[in-house]
Design a protein around this ligand. Structure first.
Ligand code: UDP
Ligand code: MG
Length: 308
């Protein structure tokens, strides 16, 4: 029988892990697949680990836990889980039931029917989410998709069913910055999305503050596009042209004896140019930081203990 690996990153999820596990098992029981569930405890500060070891003890070998030494973020947790997964099929799920387990059989059905390598899910609504966050999310997808060679699908979740080969390809990308929304589509393969309405978390709270998400979006843009560099190019170019025109006009006015306070203009020119240079070097700095990360080749996470 084919083996399905389910990777589950958890961070402070004491309220949800058991609910999630029960809902998942109910669905898995109806399916004709062997399964393993790999929980990655991403440095939770609450009793998540105790809840997980409880599940581990009662699940006779079908549950594994990777316990991180601190919080390394969801991307690192996913990476650890994918590396650990032995399945012919692999999926990633959140513990908060925002990725409904009932979709798993449907995903398999679609995959078999259409011969897909990947079946993803995407939410077509963002109800229950702050308006401003939705707006930023939409702008992010618009922006990043204008400049990337692959399409990063709006609303796509990390909840996706992948065949072994796809997972191996993702793991073969050994860059440090793991922006998985990008990595998942970058590897290609035949992929299809099931659409659904946003579901709200069963319990607990989201771990993503607005700024964490903003930073995440910025990482995506910097890792997947050269757009910020071209901004500095265009802004710089625009400023140079505008300033050339301004200077020309001033020169002509002075020639005709008009009364211009030259100092005022000079100050604004200097400020403008200073701003442009700062912006450009700031953007270079972002790239430099990324390069530094890549060169350092630090591990993505440190495992404290494995339960298997
Ligand atoms: N998560 C994690 N490490 C983190 C943040 C989140 O492993 O640093 C996990 C979290 O436990 C959950 C999943 O990633 O299972 C998605 O997080 P959340 O539901 O808070 O995000 P949202 O659905 O609000 O985008
Ligand atoms: Mg969630």
């Amino acid at each position: 029988m084919a083996l399905l690996s389910i990777v589950v990153p958890c961070y402070n999820e004491e309220e949800t892990v058991e609910l999630f596990y029960d809902a998942l098992i109910n669905v898995l029981k109806t399916m004709d697949k062997e399964y393993e569930i790999i929980f990655v405890n991403d440095g939770s500060k609450d009793s998540t680990l105790e809840k997980l070891t409880g599940l581990y003890n009662k699940a006779d070998g079908k549950v594994k836990i990777i316990d991180f030494s601190r919080n390394f973020g969801k991307e690192s947790a996913m990476l650890a889980g994918l590396r650990e997964a032995k399945g012919d099929y692999v999926t990633v799920m959140d513990t908060d039931l925002q990725d409904p387990p009932e979709y798993l059989p449907k995903m398999f059905e679609v995959m078999e029917k259409n011969g897909d390598d990947v079946v993803g899910t995407r939410r077509v609504t963002r109800k229950g989410e702050p308006k401003i966050r939705s707006w930023f999310a939409r702008q992010f997808y618009k922006l990043i998709n204008r400049y990337t060679e692959v399409e990063i699908v709006d609303g796509a979740r990390d909840f996706r069913l992948m065949k072994r080969q796809v997972v191996d390809s993702i793991l073969s990308l050994n860059e440090y910055g793991r922006f998985s929304k990008g990595l998942f589509v970058w590897v290609g393969f035949k992929c299809e999305y099931l659409e659904y309405e946003n579901v709200e978390r069963v319990a607990g709270e989201t771990k993503w503050s607005f700024w964490k998400l903003f930073r995440y979006a910025l990482d995506g843009i910097i890792e997947y596009t050269d757009m910020p560099l071209s901004i500095s190019f265009w802004v710089g170019g625009f400023l140079t042209v505008v300033m050339a025109v301004v200077l020309l006009v001033q020169l002509i006015c002075l020639l005709f004896g008009a009364n211009i306070t030259f100092n005022a203009v000079l100050i604004s020119v200097v400020l403008f140019m200073g701003g442009a240079i700062l912006l450009a070097s700031g953007i270079l700095g972002e790239y430099l930081a990324k390069t530094y990360d890549e060169v350092r080749k630090r591990p993505h996470y440190i495992v404290r203990r494995k339960y298997e």
